[in-house]
Design a protein around this ligand. Sequence first.
Ligand code: IFM
Length: 471
Amino acid sequence: MANDAFAVSDARPSAVSNGALADPFSPPADSSLWRKNFLLGAATASYQIEGAVNEDGRLPSIWDTFSAKPGKVLAGDTGAVACDHYHRWEADIELLASLGLEGYRLSIAWPRVMDAAGLPNRKGLDFYKRLLNRLKEKGITTSVTLYHWDLPQHLEDRGGWLNRDTAYRFADYADLMSRELAGTVDAWATLNEPWCSAYLGYGNGHHAPGLADGRFATQAMHHLLLAHGLAIPVLRANDPASQKGIVANIGRGTANSDSAADQRAAHLFEVQHNAWILDPLLKGAYPQDLFELWPGTEPLVLDGDMQTISAPLDFLGINYYFRTNVASDGAHGFRDVPLEGVERTQMGWEVHPDGLRDLLIGFNRTYRNLPPIYITENGMASDDKVIDGHVDDAQRISFLKRHLAAVDQAIKAGVDIRGYFLWSLMDNFEWAFGYERRFGVVHVDYSTQKRTVKRSAELVAKFLKERKAQA
Ligand code: IFM
């Protein structure tokens, strides 16, 4: 399974460009982003910010286990402390509100709220109740993801996402959370980025639980999507007023040449990155091309599963970061061909806003039932430093401006996009890359836990203030 962008290496990306100048951030006057009902917020995820992994009855997750294994995470980092958000949540919400951000996308740590017998852990639940109530008091729209990769380890010990039963345990968890938190959540997302959970977690082993087998990836994906499909009616029954959806990370694949083989390679790249998830959700079937790319990996699907998976959604969350240039691998697949001389981020990912626009417009053509879209993550990592109390993250400012312009172009081309969440509110534990890669619009000094608002966040706040002041 070839997809190199997530391979962990100590080597710094060779073509990082910080040459982009600090443009003023606010969009042009004709941009749809000036519409007051276009939600602008920021996102985080439980394991990446909370820390407190052994507190108040939280159980171990697969990321505690994985990050403790030597060589799995850069510099041996773990989420044990992270941004210490579990203790600093009040100040973090104050910060979010002070920036004028209108929405906050967070995730719940499953191992914090349920014990191994499926019974509620009151202390963990109370944390999220306090957090969500405070957000509501501040008038902030709340978007809650149930699963952002921190599977309880006791479920992994019974096969994790390879075990069909995990999908039913997820529905129980969704039931508990939506009964407990109904009324404080504006939008529920079942899963964050099932592609990463299945492909990186079970297909190539770059993420927890670290298994590497193509058949595992497709079976894990099927159970993840089944979990999503089982949870949707539960969420609808318990919390009818909220929106229900799922979040997918999408990837743009472009062909290295005009040759038919390279064009096919680019098509297959997008099949495994996008159609693998979106086709079952929106068409009720897996794309057959997927099994030409990965022969012999068809998952076990039981009667009725595809109907469960393709239940109607209120929204689709889209996470977008970069494009991948590919060529034919000479057989039935593709290989990455990194382009020279292009702008890249600290991750080595190419900055390519047109990819977001083109994918959104393409999905709108392909899926007649495409639900309203929220861009639930977009942003970039840079090696930000605090100098004299300030962080001048010029490349991020330019990155965000260009991606928001791409969103505006997609809206003008007819795609129903309702909002955009910055990834991320603050620097945090970037999975296999640990704390080195900084995605936040707020800088975190991990030795003191001091937060410093970066220039990008100041400019977003300025735009939001201007927009609010408009008649
Ligand atoms: O940090 C991650 C996030 O958890 C999921 N989407 C991509 C981000 C950047 O890699």
